[in-house]
Design a protein around this ligand. Structure first.
Ligand SMILES: [Zn+2]
Length: 359
């Protein structure tokens, strides 16, 4: 089933927005624009994580936190060279995707500059040099500045973010190719979810929002969960697909939402995996098991306070942490259906059962 025009537009808008770790205002503002009308209140933690609250009429309501992350992997300016070229660091982007890419720099006044990544061309390399990838320290970004003074006059500064650009494309109606699908998929899904709950009275307080700085160590999730003190949490994220080498691999495009049983910073609550599986079977939502060395914001949230029952609701995409990530449209719709079903059927009684099942 293809995305509706609205779904496509929303995902495109979030994917094309620039939002590096520590500089998430663009996506935060966009999110606020979309969710405000469906929320009773908007709150922030002091790092910049944003949450919309939809309150229940219950006397002592449970708090349910549903979140995605607003940051994306990006490059950082480390040096402005005398000839106006820019040197950069690339901590979470693989250097092999960088050569010749179109990039955008955001200066200290939030102005955009288009450019490209350059290195010594193949014609000038020795046979030996051609055998290994070019290291980031030997790459430059060219934004057309004539010299260092020119760059400084345009308010370019150390630590400004540089983004590897990518257009938003629909591949043969089945797949979406775009930058930053990790985790703009989550941002767009959250908007769709809160919209779908417009006329629904929930038996709990819903805190729906975006954490900052996930990519550098789950920092916004840590502070946001301390602020909210949730009873139950759901993390929506995009995980790396691992299906290029054959059908036996975990994380296949088009095979549904991921049951992340274990990853680098959380062992899934067994009773929540059972619950997730039951809902999927009941509502005909495709799912697949997933094991990862990486992690999600769930890693921080489930360890906050006295421990929080935390469920992940993720899908996978190829080439994440590059400007050419590819996701399957049906996986996206499966996750949307799962989140709607989960939030519309969740009750305090269900929560009690899940807590007791862990004892
Ligand atoms: Zn992510």
């Amino acid at each position: 089933m293809p995305l509706t025009k609205y779904e496509e537009k929303l995902l495109k808008e979030f994917s094309l927005a620039y939002s590096a770790s520590g500089y998430e205002k663009n996506v935060s503002h966009l999110f606020k624009e979309h969710i405000s009308q469906y929320c009773d209140e908007i709150i922030y933690d002091n790092l910049g994580s944003i949450y919309g609250i939809k309150k229940s009429k219950a006397a002592h309501p449970l708090k349910v936190m549903v979140c995605a992350h607003s940051d994306e992997v990006a490059l950082k300016v480390t040096e402005i060279c005398a000839n106006g070229l820019i040197k950069f660091s690339a901590t979470s982007i693989w250097n092999q995707i960088l050569m010749g890419q179109r990039v955008t720099l955001i200066n200290s006044k939030n102005e955009l500059f288009k450019g490209a990544i350059c290195a010594t061309p193949i014609h000038l390399l020795t046979a030996e040099q051609k055998k290994s990838p070019i290291e980031v320290k030997n790459m430059f970004a060219d934004f057309g500045f004539l010299d260092k003074e020119d760059a400084l006059q345009h308010f370019v500064s150390i630590n400004n973010a540089i983004f590897v650009d990518g257009t938003f494309e629909i591949l043969n109606k089945n797949r979406i190719l775009a930058k930053a699908l990790d985790d703009r998929i989550g941002c767009a899904l959250l908007v769709e979810v809160i919209k779908s709950l417009k006329n629904v009275a929930l038996p709990y307080d819903l805190y729906l929002g975006l954490n900052v700085q996930e990519e550098v160590g789950l920092r916004g999730a840590t502070t946001a969960s301390q602020m909210i003190q949730p009873d139950f949490a759901i993390v929506v994220d995009c995980s790396p697909a691992n299906d290029l080498m054959g059908k036996q691999e975990m994380g296949q495009l088009g095979k549904g939402i991921l049951l992340r049983v274990v990853d680098g910073n959380m062992i899934a609550f067994p009773q929540l995996i059972d619950y997730q599986k039951k809902l999927c079977n009941q509502y005909h939502i495709p799912y697949q098991y997933f094991i990862s060395n990486g992690g999600t914001d769930a890693g921080a949230i489930h360890q906050s306070n006295q421990g929080v029952l935390t469920l992940t609701s993720c899908i996978c995409a190829r080439n994440i942490h590059s400007n050419s990530s590819i996701m399957d449209v049906n996986d996206y719709l499966a996750n949307l259906k799962f989140l709607k079903v989960l939030l519309k059927t969740f009750t305090p009684q269900k929560f009690d059962t899940l807590v007791k099942a862990g004892r």
